[in-house]
Design a protein around this ligand. Sequence first.
Ligand code: NAD
Ligand code: UD1
Length: 338
Amino acid sequence: MMILVTGGAGYIGSHTCIALLEAGHTVIVADNLCNSKVETIDKIKQITNREIIFYHIDVTDQTAVDTIFLNHSIDGIIHFAALKAVGESVEEPLNYYCNNIVGTLILAKACEKFGVKRFVFSSSATVYGENEVPFVETMKLQPTTNPYGETKAMSERILTDIAKVNQEFSVSILRYFNPVGAHESGLIGEVPNGIPSNLMPYVTQVAKGKIKHLRVFGDDYSTLDGTGIRDYIHVMDLAEGHVAALNKLKAGVHVYNLGTGEGTSVLELIKAFEKANGVEIPFEIVDRRQGDIAECYADVSKAKQELNWTVKRGLVEMCRDAWRFEKNYRASDMLIKH
Ligand code: NAD
Ligand code: UD1
């Protein structure tokens, strides 16, 4: 199939492009490069030895989006393009609502206009809010505490309403848990903007000596060791989940959790990283981070059954591949203080 991948130069999008190309699909990337680099497109070509068509456009620009549909016979869309920094979304709500909601609307309109029936959407476990673990797709969603989370919940509702009246529209909503790691080549991975706010990129920068130590946000949760539990998933497993979702698309809206189904605490992740890579991660326990929940992990039975998809990589691969990419990546090695 010819697949339009919005946000395909970004972290999850770039890994998904590899999985799509390896599965024999043709890939067109649309990205405004607001949080990525065009060099990533070359890296994808290098890894797969396949061509990619790249459009440097903003998905909120209807004319630019229409041009892609006029130029190519698109079979389906995987829509990753969005702003994703939770803290920033609280500071800049208008930017987040405009970018993330308008992007989804413009793409859905293009689907209607050009008769494209397949749509895969990047959602997040954040839509579950504070619910009982494991999170199941049928749960009543709790209000999210930030505009970023709201844009995901709203986009889910928009796509659901469209599918109600357009009987042929096939939508797969994928709720990601915590994607980590990198392609095993070490050529592409996650490049956070400034000081990372997520755990794994922070850990790799501590390992590299760019940051002196990790701050563990709270050890007084009612979890096994008191630290937060999350469902970390290797980004290539997540990428392969998109190919599975695309292959199994059917009319209507279908929601799938993409995670491992296993919870890992912050201290367990630190230990796993140290063991997998033979490096030490100095850390100190500090106060809880505002807005954090104690536990978040997925019930993945629906994705296993309906998509015939399951993860192939464990914590060792996540830690090893994240560290390989960090070592390879030639960013400024400035010491960051906090
Ligand atoms: P990312 O920032 O690395 O990738 C997003 C890409 O979209 C970037 O290349 C950016 O330049 C592009 N983009 C943003 N707005 C655009 C616009 N208006 N027009 C064109 N391009 C635009 O983020 P990611 O981690 O790869 O996340 C991909 C998707 O998955 C996002 O929708 C994100 O909300 C969602 N998600 C991510 C995580 C995570 O932990 N990384 C978790 C759950 C959901
Ligand atoms: C974050 C996002 C969430 C998004 C999810 C997956 C926030 C507030 N939430 O959540 O919207 O869906 O990523 O991308 O950003 N931790 C530390 N020290 C650190 C960093 C994190 O102890 O320096 C802990 C956290 O308290 C948490 C765990 O590590 O227990 C994971 O944190 P993080 O990687 O930020 O992911 P989420 O909290 O799940």
